[in-house]
Design a protein around this ligand. Structure first.
Ligand SMILES: Cc1cc2nc3c(=O)[nH]c(=O)nc-3n(C[C@H](O)[C@H](O)[C@H](O)COP(=O)(O)OP(=O)(O)OC[C@H]3O[C@@H](n4cnc5c(N)ncnc54)[C@H](O)[C@@H]3O)c2cc1C
Length: 384
């Protein structure tokens, strides 16, 4: 199935290329290029298995995998691309190529981080891991508790061993539009250990919380309702380093809440500081594949949601301003690291800003596999 887009076509892989097959002996998951994470999580869960996947399970596996892929299991198993064993790719000239570390390895290098620019992946094969129930859920705190939450975030930074993650986010939801700190807790282990680990945070006193034990695939559905389809949306990305000065975080929050209130776009707009442990991610060098966003920093995501098309330009400008503010005040100074996750890019970023030192090799491979730059709708790798 296909349809037109400006100077191109859209090829829909759903609903036909969505099958997921799990091999419990080899511990692999083979998924069609149009599957959603829900399809993968549920199929693997039947065998007590899982792989790193997206945190909102109505997201497609295709784009998320090919851009890198962070999830709750990243601290233990790395990125989605770190768990990708092979892929079947339809290239621009119509050839169908199976690529892995041992088969057409330069293409495999390229698709792990910039795959959207190299072809259509009709099938992904992932490494699966044994996975039991997890302790997870959401907790909402009054904004006045931010300093205490930051104390916990700093403790988490020093004591997490990869089996936990903590997302803390700013949002001022309707009907009252009052700023709150929204947290998502994750612990890959038994309840007693999880409760002890998160006790200092939960003792701060959330106004709402729903944490508890659940099957792994449930946690990736917790945000579905909030991140529903429809409306106008923009993703922005940045990074932050811990420890961070509390005053700086307040400055970022003040600026964000001012913009959101002035524009009247409270319903669903948020900044997420994703404190996903990076030790496992850093085990792979930045040049091992196209994905080059590994370093001693965490990623931040800006999710903008609005309805009035007349506000498009303003929202884009606010996104740029706040991305830059976070990067400048809280971000890494490591010049080897990209510091901007390409799947959280808003469009228009320079290729070097997303791929850093891997840009030159990516362009060489682009000339080899897609010389006419047919796949240019995600990020145009050939633009300066
Ligand atoms: C609600 C929400 C939650 C998110 N959560 C996470 C998260 O937890 N972790 C994370 O890392 N990122 C997350 N993201 C960002 C996400 O990685 C990107 O939005 C990604 O592009 C989504 O992939 P998709 O296939 O659903 O998107 P689409 O918009 O369908 O595709 C994005 C790009 O990928 C290309 N593409 C898609 N499938 C294929 C394929 N099979 N072969 C070749 N190219 C393909 C498309 O052509 C397009 O250029 C989230 C995004 C949203 C909207």
């Amino acid at each position: 199935m296909s349809s037109c887009t400006e100077e191109g076509i859209v090829i829909a892989l759903r609903p036909h290329m969505t099958s997921v097959n799990v091999d419990p002996t080899a511990k692999t998951i083979t998924a069609g290029g149009g599957a959603l994470w829900k399809d993968v999580d549920e199929a693997a869960g039947k065998y007590g298995l899982a792989t790193t996947g997206g945190a909102v399970n109505h997201t497609g596996i295709g784009g998320l995998t090919l851009g890198g892929g962070y999830g709750y299991l990243t601290g233990r198993h790395g990125l989605v691309v770190d768990n990708l064993l092979s892929a079947t790719v339809v290239l621009a000239d119509g050839r169908i190529v199976q690529t892995s570390k041992d088969s057409v390895p330069d293409l495999f290098w390229a698709i792990r981080g910039a795959g959207q620019s190299f072809g259509v992946v009709t099938e992904f094969v992932y490494q699966a891991h044994e996975q039991g129930e997890v302790f997870a859920g959401q907790a909402i705190f009054p904004f006045e508790k931010l300093d205490s939450i930051l104390d916990f975030v700093h403790w988490f930074h020093n004591h997490g061993d990869g089996d936990q993650s903590l997302t803390w986010a700013f949002i001022a939801p309707p009907p009252h539009n009052v700023p709150v700190v929204f947290c998502i807790l994750f612990y890959n282990g038994p309840e007693d250990k999880a409760r002890a680990f998160f006790k200092p945070l939960l003792d701060i006193g959330p106004v709402m919380q729903n944490v508890g034990m659940m099957p792994y695939d449930n946690i990736n559905g917790l945000m579905n309702e909030q991140q529903d389809y429809g409306a106008r949306r923009l993703f922005g990305g940045s990074n932050f380093v811990l420890p961070v000065d509390k005053t700086t975080v307040h400055d970022v929050a003040d600026e964000f809440f001012k913009v959101v209130n002035d524009e009247g776009i409270n319903d669903g707009t948020l900044i997420m500081f994703e404190t996903i442990p990076y030790r496992k991610v850093k085990e792979t060098p930045n040049t091992a594949m196209a994905f080059g966003n590994r370093g001693e920093f965490y990623i931040a995501g800006l999710l903008w949601k609005w309805r009035d098309a007349a506000r498009d330009a303003q929202v884009r400008q606010h996104n740029r301003n706040i991305q830059d503010l976070i990067k400048e005040k809280m971000g890494t100074k490591d010049i080897q690291a990209v510091g901007h996750y390409s799947n959280y890019a808003s469009g228009g970023e320079k290729t070097e800003a997303l791929f850093g030192q891997n840009t030159a090799r990516l362009r060489e491979l682009k000339a080899k596999y897609d010389p006419n730059n047919r796949f240019n709708k995600w990020h145009n790798l050939m633009s300066s």
